[in-house]
Write a protein that binds this ligand. Structure first.
Ligand code: SAH
Ligand code: F3S
Length: 495
């Protein structure tokens, strides 16, 4: 048999696990796109894989510990498949660098978030040279001035539709990094300085996604509402301008943006959310604490009064809005009185939902070096549960206000309830979609509705889910050429 007839070498099987924020979800999409170009194919079974990548998060200790134990568990992979490769990508790679190889010497590549475009090249190099490769961006320490290594100039948003939350939804990075340096947060030192991307390149990416069938685009940045781009001709583009421009793109039905910083919640942005019908009326604005002393030690640069004032402006400006927030409990020196202030802020703000985190000290941050992590774990846990209990009641009350209302949802796909085999009513599948204010709605509907905007009527609600029914119209009675009734008035679903 001559060479040209030889069977093609089997495609390398890639397993990738992603933890952390939407930045990581997008980074994983870019990694898979790169590796597909290099002949890899995805598997969702780690036992089948010959390349295993973990895209990691450093924001708290727990997700880091989980990655180290997962690395321990897959050590045996190399015994059965000596050519298998293992990689740690993302924030932990940037933070721990070669330290990872000390704890897990069987790792082949350690790649920081700014270097992931080189993943194929680094895996190849590790294979050929038989030595692990570490690629991270120049480090910067909290508070120091920075050396910019990664930039949008070299950013190539290669896209991989199969890695998206759904074929109709995509993230678009509009900013990199963060310059806020909250004292508890590791992000600025692992993700580098804040940079905004040019509107031309953002909009070109949005158009490309729309042409691939994407209906919902979420702009992402660590503090996305701090977006500001100054073009060569001196023109400034704000997030509100970007939303207006993206609003013109045909095929895109929904626009969202995450995560907001309270100080940058300007009126032009609130007005854009109010005036642009495609923009979701949902704002995620982390507050972290309801106590000024704690906010000061966190270096959040705003007061509780400013946050309350911002909430009032949102309420006045945007009818039908919903807001969610992040809280940290048990931050260094958080007294019972400080905590009660967070509880009261949560009560009066009536967030749609809140993400509540127990403070986890992060080596390399200002808080870690300045303040002792002095709140016992049980107290952190109790405060976490207390906030959660109040939030659950509020979320349920707010969701129940929708009962009897008609809402428009963008249908995302089959409901997990259906895929988990929970009881369904009849042969029509359960679908899940999101309302304009980001509430999850589950309803029965035909699969052809996936990816479409559909009107549904809410019939019941829990704190996380609206249960709905499709809005039914009586089809006008059609007459045939003889003037006879052609069809009985069958109900049809509006799309
Ligand atoms: N702006 C970012 C924030 C990243 S961290 C974004 O895109 O969401 C996400 C949340 O994790 C923060 O808002 C904060 O509530 C929480 N967090 C960050 N550092 C933490 C730490 N050291 N301990 C506990 N929670 C933390
Ligand atoms: Fe972290 Fe604060 Fe920036 S939470 S991502 S340093 S705004």
């Amino acid at each position: 048999m001559d060479e040209s007839q030889a069977a093609p070498s089997p495609r390398k099987k890639l397993y990738i696990e992603t933890v952390g924020c939407q930045m990581n979800v997008l980074d994983s999409e870019l990694v898979v796109a790169r590796l597909r170009e290099d002949g890899y194919e995805l598997t969702d079974r780690i036992s089948e894989a010959d390349t295993v990548l973990f895209n990691t998060c450093s924001v708290r200790q727990l997700p880091e510990d989980k990655v180290y134990s997962a690395l321990g568990r897959i050590k045996h992979l190399k015994q059965t498949k000596p050519d298998a490769q293992i990689g740690v990508l993302g924030c932990m790679a940037q933070k721990d660098q070669a330290e990872i190889l000390k704890r897990a010497p069987h790792v082949d590549v350690v790649i920081g978030p700014g270097q992931i475009a080189r993943v194929a090249e680094l895996l190849k190099q590790a294979r050929e040279e038989r030595t692990p490769q570490v690629a991270v961006s120049l480090a910067r320490n909290a508070g120091s001035r920075l050396t910019v290594v990664d930039s949008f100039e070299s950013y190539d948003p290669l896209r991989e539709p199969s890695m998206r939350p759904s074929p109709f939804q995509a993230f678009v990075r509009v900013m990199m990094g963060c310059d806020k340096f909250c004292t508890f947060c590791i992000v600025p030192s692992v993700r580098g300085p804040e940079q905004s991307r040019s509107p031309e390149s953002i909009l070109a990416e949005c158009r490309m996604l729309a042409s691939q069938g994407v209906r919902e685009i979420t702009f992402i940045g660590q503090t996305v509402n701090s977006y500001k781009y100054r073009s060569g001709d001196g023109r400034n583009t704000r997030l509100s301008d970007l939303l207006s421009a993206a609003h013109e793109i045909e095929g895109v039905d929904r626009l969202k943006f995450l995560t907001n910083y309270p100080n940058d919640m300007t009126d032009d942005l609130l007005q854009a959310v109010r005036d642009l019908p495609k923009v979701s009326r949902y704002l995620h604005v982390p507050v972290q604490s309801g106590c000024d002393d704690v906010l000061r030690r966190m270096k959040r640069n705003y007061s509780v009064a400013l946050y309350d004032e911002m909430m009032a402006r949102i309420r006045e400006t945007i009818p039908g809005h919903s807001i969610s927030s992040d809280f940290i409990v048990g931050f260094c020196g958080e007294t019972e009185e400080s905590f009660q202030k967070s509880l009261r802020l949560l009560e009066r703000s009536r967030f749609k939902n809140s993400f509540i985190f127990k403070y986890s000290t992060r080596p390399g941050t200002k808080a870690d070096s300045l303040y002792p992590d002095d709140i016992p774990e049980e107290v952190k846990k109790r405060r976490n549960n207390d906030l959660l209990a109040v939030q659950t009641i509020i979320s349920q009350e707010l969701n129940r206000e929708f009962i009897g209302q008609e809402v428009e949802v963008l249908v995302e796909g089959p409901s997990e309830r259906a895929t988990r085999g929970l009881p369904e009513r009849g042969p029509i599948p359960l679908l899940v979609g999101r309302t304009q204010c980001d509430r999850i709605a589950v309803f029965q509907g035909a699969e052809r509705l996936i990816g479409k905007l559909v009107k549904v009527r809410v019939v019941d609600a829990t704190q996380v889910t609206l249960f709905a029914e499709p809005v039914i119209f009586e089809e006008p009675q059609a007459l045939d050429q003889h003037g006879r009734v052609k069809l009985p008035g069958l109900p049809i679903i509006t799309v």
